[in-house]
Ligand binder design. Structure first.
Ligand code: MIC
Ligand code: SF4
Length: 680
C-alpha cells in the first residue's frame, strides 16, 4: 500500500511501535524549538537530565512571547534561556528577532525532517514539508536529550484543494473553511495532508498560514508536499540545498477526505469565541470595528504585510479604529522598510509593534469594554485578548485591512469591494474611494529574501561551553514536586466545567501573568480565573481534588503550566469525556491521571463538590478501567440534569487512553522522575 507524506516521514523516523492508527509510536526528532513562555521550564527540565549537549540536529530557543520586560522577570528569563542555550548547543533567537514559527521556517525548517516545539503552533513547519508537532516542554526536553517523542499513530485526513484564490480571498479563508467543515475537534487524532491541483497555487508562507491554524482543528499536525514552490522559497532564503521533494504515493490511503474549491471561496471570519464559529464576512457587514490587529504566527509573512500595505497606501484608517501591525520576523520587517510598505502603513495610521506575539497572547492591545477586535490571529478564546467581554473575530489580512479603512466589518473580495469608504464612515472624508484590491506588485521586492541573522546567536563550542555559566534570576522557581501514583484517591470534585475548555481557561496568559511562567507557585493563583475566580483558593484550602471536564478538555496551547499548576494545587486526576492530545500528555508527564468517562452520559451524574473515591488505582491502570464512587454533595434542590442525590453513592466506570509507557510514567510520579531512572 502506498504512503502519505506524513507516513513516509514517520516510517523514516520510527524508533518504536507500529504504524497502526491509535497505537503508540516513538519518533526520532531532528529539530526542536522552544519559546520563552514555555522555554524556561523546558530548559530547567533539560538541565535536570544532566546531559551536556543537545543530541538533535538543530535546537533553537526563541524569545517572542514575553518581550515587554516590565519588571526584571522577563529579562531574567531571557538571560537564563540565552545562557542555558549557549552552554548546551542550542541556537538562540533574540527578543525582537521574530515569532518562533515564522523565523523557524524562514531560517531552519527542512522538508522531510521531524520537529517538535513547546508551542502548539509548531505545525506551521508543515507548510515547508516538515513533520512538525506541538508538545509539552518536558517532551521537548527529552527530545533535546536524544529521547524519542511518543504519540498515538495518527489517522490521515486529506484536504483536496482545487481552483485558485480570487483577489481579496486568501490562505486564511482556506483554513477557516476547513475549520468550518471539521470544527475544533475534527482533527483530533489525525494528520491533515493537503493535496490536489490547488496546492501549486499557494506559496510557502500561504501554506504556513494553513498548517499553523491546523492546530485549531486539534490535529496532531498538518503538512503540504515539498514541491517547486518549496524550492523557490528555500532558494530565496539562500537554503536551496535543504530542499528535497516530498509527495504522497498515488495509492496512499486516507481515513477522511474533504475538499475546498479555492475559486469559490469567499472571505470568512471566526466569530467569538471559537475558531470554528465561522461565518462569511458578507454576513457580518456593518458591525462596527474598534480595533484591528495584523500579525501573529498565522499571518505575518512579507506577503501578508505587503497585501495590507498596498490596500492602505495613500489612505487613512477610520477614526474609530485602532490598528496594530506586528511583522513576523526581522527579515519581514526589514524588507517592508526597504520597499516602502512600512512607510505606507505608518502614514495610514497603523501602530507598528515589535516582531513578536504581542496582542495574540494578550501582551497589551486588549480591546476596550465589549470592544470588537478583528485579528489575523488563530485563537479567539474567551478572555485571551485580556478583555473578558471583548469580541474577537479571526480574519484574513485583506479583511482586516478593508475593515480598518471603513471602520466596519468589510468584505475585501471583488463582490464586497463595491461599497465606498465614505458611506462606511471612513476617514477619506468626502472622497469617493472604493475599497482597494490588494496588489503586492506595487512594491519592488528583490527575488531573494534579505538575509541577516544578527538576531540569532550560535551556541558555544564544546570547550567554551564547559566553562560557561548559566544565569538564573530569582523569579525562576523550581519545578513543583510530583508524587508516585497513589493506589487510592479519595477527594472532592473541585471544579466541573463544560466542553472545549482551553488551556487559556486553565492557565491564562497575558501581560499580568506571563512574566511568571517560571514561577509555578505565583502562577497558581490565576488557575481557571476566567471560569471560576474562586478556584485557586478553594483548591489550596482543600489540599487535593479532581476536575471534571466535558469534551476536548485542554484544547489550544501546549503550555504544560496548565498541568503543572493544577499539580501544585493538589489536583490528582482530571475526568473528562475526551481530551486534547497535548494536554493529556502534559497531565501524564506531570503525574496527573487523565481519565475518560466510559459512558459520556455519566458526565451529567457528577457535580462540583461531590465526594469521590477511586480505589485499586494500580490494578485499574493495568486493566484500563477504574470505578469512581461518587457521593453526591448536598444539592440545591433544583431539578438540574445532574442525577446526584445528597448522600447517595453511585459508581461510574472510567477508562483511560494510555500507552504502557505512560502508565509507567504515572506510577513513577511524572516524566522527569521516570526519565531519571531510564537511559534515554
Ligand atoms: C498560544 O498561542 O496559546 C501560545 C502562547 O503560543 C501557547 C504557548 C504558551 O502558552 O506558552 C501555545 O500555543 O502552545
Ligand atoms: Fe505567539 Fe500567538 Fe503564535 Fe502563540 S499563536 S506562538 S502567542 S503568535
Amino acid at each position: 500500500m502506498g504512503k502519505t507524506i506524513a507516513q513516509k516521514i514517520i516510517a523514516e523516523h520510527l524508533i518504536s511501535g507500529e504504524m497502526v492508527k491509535g497505537s503508540e509510536i516513538g519518533l526520532r526528532i531532528d529539530q526542536t524549538l522552544t519559546q520563552d513562555a514555555t522555554g524556561t521550564m523546558a530548559y530547567l527540565e533539560f538541565e535536570s537530565m544532566g546531559i551536556p549537549r543537545v543530541r538533535t540536529e538543530r535546537s533553537v530557543a526563541y524569545i517572542d512571547h514575553n518581550t515587554l520586560q516590565s519588571g526584571f522577570m522577563n529579562a531574567d528569563d531571557h538571560k537564563y534561556i540565552q545562557t542555558v542555550a549557549a552552554k548546551h548547543g542550542i541556537w538562540y533567537s533574540r527578543p525582537g528577532n521574530g515569532i518562533c514559527h515564522q523565523v523557524h521556517y524562514e531560517r531552519f525548517g527542512i522538508p522531510g525532517k521531524t520537529l517538535i516545539g513547546s508551542d502548539s503552533h509548531t505545525p506551521t513547519g508543515g507548510g515547508i514539508g516538515m513533520l512538525a508537532i506541538g508538545a509539552g516542554g518536558m517532551d521537548v526536553a527529552v527530545a533535546m536529550g536524544g529521547g524519542a517523542y511518543y504519540i498515538p499513530m495518527p489517522g490521515m485526513i486529506k484536504v483536496e484543494l482545487t481552483g485558485k484564490l480570487q483577489p481579496g480571498v486568501s490562505a486564511k479563508d482556506v483554513i477557516l473553511e476547513v475549520l468550518r467543515q471539521l470544527s475544533v475537534k475534527g482533527g483530533v487524532g489525525y494528520i491533515v495532508e493537503y493535496a490536489g491541483p490547488g496546492v501549486a497555487e499557494l506559496s510557502v508562507p500561504e501554506r504556513c498560514t494553513i498548517t499553523n491554524m491546523g492546530a485549531e482543528l486539534g490535529a496532531t499536525t498538518s503538512i503540504f508536499p515539498s514541491d517547486e514552490r518549496t524550492w523557490d522559497f528555500l532558494e530565496a532564503q539562500g537554503r536551496g540545498k535543504d530542499w528535497k521533494a516530498l509527495s504522497s504515493d498515488e495509492d496512499a490511503e486516507y481515513d477522511k477526505l474533504i475538499s475546498v474549491d479555492m475559486s469559490a471561496l469567499r472571505p470568512l471570519a471566526a466569530c467569538p469565541h471559537s475558531p470554528d464559529n465561522v461565518k462569511p464576512v458578507s454576513e457580518l457587514g456593518g458591525i462596527r470595528v474598534d480595533q484591528v490587529c495584523i500579525g501573529s504566527c498565522t499571518n505575518s509573512s512579507l506577503t501578508d504585510m505587503l497585501k495590507v500595505a498596498s490596500m492602505l497606501k495613500g489612505r487613512r484608517i477610520a477614526d474609530n479604529v485602532s490598528l496594530s501591525v506586528s511583522p513576523g520576523s526581522r527579515q519581514v520587517f526589514s524588507m517592508m522598510a526597504e520597499c516602502g510598505a512600512l512607510t505606507d502603513l505608518i502614514d495610514a495610521g497603523a501602530r507598528i509593534l515589535e516582531c513578536a506575539c504581542g496582542p495574540c497572547i494578550g501582551m497589551g492591545f486588549s480591546p476596550g469594554s465589549g470592544g470588537v477586535s478583528l485579528r489575523t490571529f488563530n485563537r479567539n478564546f474567551l478572555g485571551r485578548s485580556g478583555t473578558k467581554d471583548g469580541q474577537v473575530y479571526l480574519v484574513s489580512p485583506e479583511t482586516a485591512a478593508a475593515s480598518a479603512l471603513t471602520g466596519v466589518f468589510t468584505d475585501p473580495s471583488a463582490s464586497g469591494r463595491s461599497s465606498d469608504l465614505r458611506t462606511a464612515g471612513a476617514s477619506d472624508r468626502g472622497s469617493d474611494v472604493r475599497i482597494p484590491a490588494p496588489n503586492i506588485n506595487i512594491y519592488d521586492v528583490p527575488d531573494r529574501f534579505r538575509i541577516n541573522d544578527s538576531g540569532i546567536i550560535e551556541p558555544l563550542d564544546e570547550e567554551a561551553a564547559e566553562a560557561a555559566e548559566v544565569v538564573k534570576g530569582p523569579n525562576i522557581k523550581p519545578f513543583p514536586e510530583t508524587h508516585p501514583l497513589a493506589d487510592r484517591i479519595e477527594t472532592n470534585v473541585l471544579l466541573k466545567v463544560g466542553d472545549n475548555i482551553t488551556t487559556d481557561h486553565i492557565m491564562p496568559a497575558g501581560s499580568r501573568i506571563l512574566p511568571y511562567r517560571s514561577n509555578i507557585p505565583h502562577l497558581s493563583q490565576y488557575c481557571f480565573e476566567v471560569v471560576d475566580p474562586g478556584f485557586a483558593e478553594r483548591a489550596r484550602a482543600a489540599g487535593s481534588g479532581i476536575i471534571v471536564g466535558g469534551q476536548n478538555y485542554g484544547q489550544g496551547s501546549s503550555r504544560e503550566h496548565a498541568a503543572l499548576v493544577p499539580l501544585a494545587l493538589g489536583i490528582k486526576a482530571v475526568v473528562a469525556i475526551s481530551f486534547a492530545r497535548i494536554h493529556a500528555a502534559n497531565l501524564v508527564n506531570a503525574g496527573i491521571l487523565p481519565l475518560v468517562f466510559e459512558n459520556a452520559e455519566d458526565y451529567k451524574k457528577v457535580r462540583q463538590g461531590d465526594r469521590i473515591e477511586i480505589s485499586s488505582v494500580h490494578t485499574g491502570l493495568k486493566e484500563d478501567r477504574l470505578i469512581m464512587k461518587v457521593t453526591a454533595a448536598p444539592g440545591d434542590g433544583d431539578s438540574s440534569e445532574d442525577a446526584g442525590i445528597s448522600g447517595n453513592i453511585i459508581e461510574i466506570p472510567l477508562t483511560m487512553q494510555l500507552a504502557e509507557r505512560q502508565k509507567e510514567i504515572l506510577l513513577a510520579g511524572g516524566l522527569l522522575k521516570h526519565t531519571v531512572s531510564k537511559e534515554l
